[in-house]
Design a protein around this ligand. Structure first.
Ligand SMILES: [Zn+2]
Length: 407
């Protein structure tokens, strides 16, 4: 049995290598305070297990060359699974963020729990064929967020996300555990875009940021004080259903009025444009072709109708985002989603609206955009498996130390 001290040192060194690598054994001994012989012994074990690799040399001032150690980012892998009302996505990802395999398929909304679990297990088995040389650390499942539209309509298994999560815990997870000799864990999907942005994307190095998706809806993934927020029931980040238009009598599908999504999501924007065109509004936009690309072209051509509606969409979304900024005081706002294809006109209005309604004292933040990565949620579930495997949350002091050393 591994002693506590030995285990503690092993994970401390793994995380030090992740945080500071490439790093030499001598530097590891300096930073950790562990005896060089202990560092050498653990490093050898990590190399033997394929968790670390030697990557060339650093010339020390004395002229001696020192072998550097790095985490084996291309040799460690995890599976991520995301499930929506209609589809399931499975990915096989490496620790370096590369998605080696990815598959999205219609999951069959009418299938029973067991059938659906078995189908997903089959897809995972196919994903894991011929992956010799990859050290698999587990399977992460994203728990779907509640969908305000479905939640009100139906309480059946396949539609209501509350029941959906029961199915994940009572059927899918045990089936995957039984079939694959790997740890299986579940994670709240609302946190996963933020975790991916922090690990690989536009929020690296930040402990306080919000990611905002602008697409079929408006949603936020929140990282505050070094922690991703899921809330008491996994519904944190429903930015799209914050009320920004109290005077509006229009009903949102969630049952309230005045939600930001009513004017700011792309389907609502498209619907409003189509209605205006049907009423005879003058525009270059064809009612048969209201896509982000077509609207962008019209915006760039100075089309007054498109500009007016996009101004309003940007103002509503910007107001909600500024409210979140005032509440959370992030240092970064990461925007992603297919609405960014509306181009500079939209993005400029959106930035103005956010800045305009942010408190001066909350003003020290950047607004950045991130590529709309469809696989953010399943990749996030894999990222969580890496974190779990390396116990990076328990060894957060290592990363805090890295922050200190950069100051
Ligand atoms: Zn709503």
């Amino acid at each position: 049995m591994m002693s506590f001290n030995r285990e503690f040192r092993r994970y401390a060194l793994l995380n030090l290598i992740q945080a500071f690598g490439p790093i030499s054994r001598t530097q590891l001994a300096d930073v950790s305070g562990f005896r060089p012989a202990t560092v050498g012994e653990i490093a050898k074990a990590l190399l033997d297990e394929g968790l670390a690799v030697e990557t060339g040399f650093a010339s020390a001032a004395t002229g001696r060359r020192r072998t550097m150690l790095e985490l084996n980012r291309t040799g460690i892998g995890a599976v991520g699974i995301a499930i929506t009302r209609t589809h399931a996505t499975t990915v096989l990802a490496r620790l370096d963020g590369t998605i080696l395999r990815e598959e999205t398929w219609q999951r069959g909304a009418d299938a029973s729990r067991e059938t659906l679990s078995a189908r997903i297990a089959d897809r995972v088995a196919a994903l894991l064929e011929n992956v010799d040389g990859l050290r698999l650390v587990g399977i992460g499942i994203a728990e779907p967020p509640y969908d305000p539209a479905d939640y009100r309509k139906d309480d059946s298994l396949t539609v209501n996300y509350g029941h959906f999560n029961d199915w994940i815990h009572l059927s899918l997870r045990p089936m995957l555990e039984a079939r694959f000799d790997l740890p299986v864990r579940t994670f709240s999907a609302v946190t996963l875009p933020a975790l991916v942005e922090r690990q690989y994307g536009a929020a690296r190095g930040s402990d306080n940021f919000i990611c905002v998706e602008l697409s079929n809806g408006v949603g936020a993934s929140i990282f505050a004080g070094g922690v991703a927020l899921s809330g008491a029931h996994g519904t944190a980040g429903e930015l799209g259903h914050t009320v920004v238009d109290i005077g509006s009598g229009a009903a949102c599908y969630c049952g309230k009025t005045g939600c930001v999504e009513l004017g700011a999501s792309f389907p609502e924007l498209a619907r409003a444009l189509a209605t205006a065109i049907a009423r005879g509004a003058h525009t270059k936009l064809s009612p048969e072709d209201i896509t982000p690309e077509a609207v962008r072209k019209a915006l760039d051509d100075g089309d007054p109708l498109c500009r007016a509606y996009v101004d309003r969409a940007a103002m509503l979304a910007g107001t909600a985002i500024a409210n979140a900024v005032n509440l959370l005081n992030p240092d970064r706002v990461v925007l992603y989603g297919y609405m960014l294809a509306l181009g500079d006109y939209y993005l400029d209005r959106l930035r103005e609206a956010i800045r305009h309604q942010t408190l001066e004292i909350s003003g020290g933040y950047e607004i950045v955009t991130s590529p709309a990565l469809e696989s953010k949620i399943p990749l996030g579930a894999a990222v969580e498996m890496f974190t779990h495997f390396l116990r990076s949350d328990e060894y957060r002091w290592v990363y805090d130390m890295m922050g200190e050393s950069e100051k």
